[in-house]
Design a protein around this ligand. Structure first.
Ligand code: IPE
Ligand code: IPE
Ligand code: MG
Length: 266
C-alpha cells in the first residue's frame, strides 16, 4: 500500500516538474521572434516501440499523439507554417503490413482531427505524390484539403509519399514544359521560378528543422528548402516528443545567429 502511494506521489511530482518546466520555457520564449516555418522529421516510432517490447505499430500510434500535441502548441503560439514528414518516397521499401498500418493511421487521424483542425483555422496542404497513395488515403487527404481550404491560420504541410528529389524532378518537368510551350525563357529560370514549382510554393523556407530519434540526416526531406534552415536534433524518440521538446527547440532557435552567408551587423 505504502509502495503504491509512493509510486503515485512520484508520478504526480514528475508531472508537476514537467508542468513547471513547460511554464518556465514558455516564459523564456520571445513570442515576437518565433520561426515562421518549422519542419519536423517525425522519426523513431519503431525503435521506441521495440524498446518497450511492443510491435512497431504501437510506436506509430503513439507518434500520432505527439503530432496532435505539437500541432496544438503551434496553433497556440500562432505559428504560420508547420511541415511534418509523415511518409517518404523510400518508405514503400517497408513490409506491406507496416505500410498498411501507416496508411490506416493517416486516414484515422485525418477523419478524427479534421473538425478540430478546422475549428482552429488550420489549413492542410499535402506535399508529395498523392495519386500513388491507396484509395482510402487519397480520399481522406482530399476531404481534409477540401474542408480546410478556406482556413487562414496555421498552414499544416503534411509530407506524404514525399521525397525532396521527386519534388525537384516535378519542378524540372513543369519548368521544362513551360520552355517547350514558350511560356518561359532559359534566362527566366531562377530561384523564384524553381520555388514556384515546389509543394511549398508561396511559403517561406523552414527556419527550423527538428529531427528526433538521434539520427543526423535529412532523409530526402525538403532538399531545396533547407538551404539555410537551422537544425535541432535530439535523441528523444518522436513518441516521447511533446510540448516541452518543441519549446526547447524554439528557445534554442532564438539563441542562434543566422548569417545566410553574410556577416553579422551590429
Ligand atoms: C517514423 O518512425 C515513421 C515513419 C518513417 C513513417 P520510424 O518507423 O522510421 O521509426 P524508426 O526510425 O524505425 O525507429
Ligand atoms: C524519415 O524517416 C521519413 C519519415 C519520418 C517519414 P526514415 O526512418 O524513413 O529515415 P531513414 O531511413 O532512417 O533515413
Ligand atoms: Mg525511422
Amino acid at each position: 500500500m505504502f509502495k503504491r502511494l509512493r509510486g503515485i506521489r512520484c508520478k504526480n511530482s514528475i508531472q508537476q516538474d514537467d508542468n513547471n518546466l513547460e511554464k518556465e520555457l514558455m516564459r523564456q520564449l520571445d513570442l515576437s521572434r518565433l520561426p515562421a516555418h518549422v519542419a519536423i522529421i517525425m522519426d523513431g516510432n519503431g525503435r521506441w516501440a521495440t524498446k518497450k517490447g511492443m510491435p512497431r505499430s504501437f510506436g506509430h500510434r503513439a507518434g500520432v499523439k505527439s503530432l496532435r500535441e505539437v500541432v496544438k502548441l503551434c496553433v497556440e503560439l500562432k505559428l504560420k507554417h508547420l511541415t511534418v514528414y509523415a511518409f517518404s518516397t523510400e518508405n514503400w521499401k517497408r513490409p506491406r503490413e507496416e505500410i498498411n498500418i501507416l496508411m490506416n493511421l493517416l486516414v484515422e487521424y485525418l477523419y478524427k482531427e479534421i473538425d478540430e483542425l478546422c475549428a482552429n483555422n488550420v489549413r492542410i496542404n499535402p506535399m508529395g505524390i498523392i495519386s500513388e497513395l491507396p484509395e482510402h488515403a487519397r480520399e481522406a487527404v482530399t476531404m481534409a484539403v477540401r474542408k480546410s481550404e478556406n482556413n487562414t491560420g496555421l498552414v499544416f504541410n503534411v509530407a506524404l509519399n514525399y521525397g525532396g528529389r521527386a519534388e525537384l524532378i516535378k519542378a524540372a518537368k513543369e519548368i521544362g514544359q513551360k520552355l517547350v510551350d514558350g511560356e518561359l525563357t532559359i534566362d527566366e529560370i531562377n530561384e523564384q521560378e524553381i520555388a514556384r514549382h515546389l509543394y511549398t510554393a508561396g511559403q517561406p523556407d523552414p527556419d527550423l528543422l527538428i529531427r528526433p530519434s538521434g539520427d543526423y540526416r535529412v532523409s530526402n526531406f525538403l532538399l531545396w528548402q533547407l538551404a539555410y534552415t537551422e537544425f535541432w536534433l535530439t535523441d528523444t524518440m518522436w513518441p516521447d516528443f511533446g510540448r516541452k521538446e518543441l519549446l526547447q527547440a524554439l528557445l534554442d532557435y532564438q539563441r542562434r545567429e543566422r548569417r545566410f552567408g553574410g556577416l553579422l551587423h551590429n
